[in-house]
Design a binder for this molecule. Sequence first.
Ligand code: GUN
Ligand code: FE
Length: 472
Amino acid sequence: STPRNVPLRRALYVGTFIHCKTLQELDICENGVIGVDEHGKIAFLERDAENVDLVTAAHGWGDAHIVRTSSSQFFFPGFIDTHIHASQYPNAGIFGQSTLLDWLNTYTFPLESSLANVNTARVVYSRCISRTLSHGTTTAAYYATNHVDSTNLLADICLDAGQRAFVGRCCMDSLSPDFYKDISADAAIADTKSTIDHIKSIDPTYGLISPILTPRFAPSCTPPLLHALGQLHRSTDLPIQTHISENLGEVQLVRKLFPESTSYAQVYDMYGLLTSKMILAHAIHLSTSERDLIKERDAKISHCPASNSALTSGGAKVRWLLDSGITVGLGTDVSGGYSPSMLEAVRQASLVSRHVAMLDGDAAKLSIEEVLYLGTRGGAKVVGLEDRIGGFEVGKEWDAQLVGLALVPEAKAAQHEGALCAESFKLPSGEGPVDIFGWESWNEKVAKWVYNGDDRNTLSVWVKGRLVHQRS
Ligand code: GUN
Ligand code: FE
């Protein structure tokens, strides 16, 4: 990957590119040329370029660096993970038989508290970022911990690695263990401001890294803390992330802790937190009136299907949310979610929607196009960056991955039966009635990627035009 201090060269991305046009439709362009300028922005995009030399000459880009796809490769927008706890990365896959509230006490708080040590944090955060980049995550909304130094370090490491990120210092002054708890609302706000100041000092325009206000969830925040975070949101206009209605026990607890409020969503609304800049993770057990309130406030939802299955939290009714016009993206929710891979989140969104469909009817099923939209364009809207990322259009930034579906040379592929990940291959010309040579459509190749792919298929990753990962 390219270090941050090396200036970018103009680059041409030549060949097949695929991105999400609408929720229902992929835009597939086989003979494309995308010109990315020295600021990492898409300067032009040609759909039917017969001759690349003519295109470069027409734009005066003869000196540009060229990256070409081969026949089984395509450029795809980078994934946007709208909810991930970087601090819980070492626990990915460890949750036993627990559900949310005992999972927090058994696994999560002890691990997060250990990140008070910045050396521990450095190891955890470095690995989390290089791993998520290798899976094609170009933007992530991160929860860190309540420790300022290690949270600031997470921001530093993201900036260094070139990953676009929202970094949240986790606020929690209630119902948390003594060894891992904010001592007061005032202290939580002061620490949050320290992290905001730090990020401002390393990335003054928030061009790559932005702070995000992070009340852990209503049960771990006192009313004064929620109130102060609402004020801070109003004065800074910073985005906010939290959890909502993930688990039935949690919903009951919120009812008990906030008896004056009519619903979980209304608790956040009461404190001025339920705005268009709020990312709500999970949103499984919402009433219709809560859904309508979320829609009215234009708050966004991060659907975390792998986590919701792992912690047996429930099946989020994504179709029901989308039908009401709410903006939805996807989150890995490591380590409630067992995998840092957004491709896994995309796949699980498809499968969970099928489980919901078995109860609620076929309309609940999400298509491949829909789950990929949620993982890219939907996520861009959730984090408020839909004008800059999520798809390939002139003026957007080049946050992309090169996906390859041939693991072995094409000639050998036909004999290679035990392919472990997504693979597209040509079959020998058929002697039977149907010639199946070149049989897969691009839509089918993409479906194979979604259901069988992993990080071996992610060959290169760029953020804002900079190469941030290359498969060795
Ligand atoms: N609710 C409060 N904290 C957490 C957390 O760390 N993970 C998940 N999935 N839900 C939460
Ligand atoms: Fe979470």
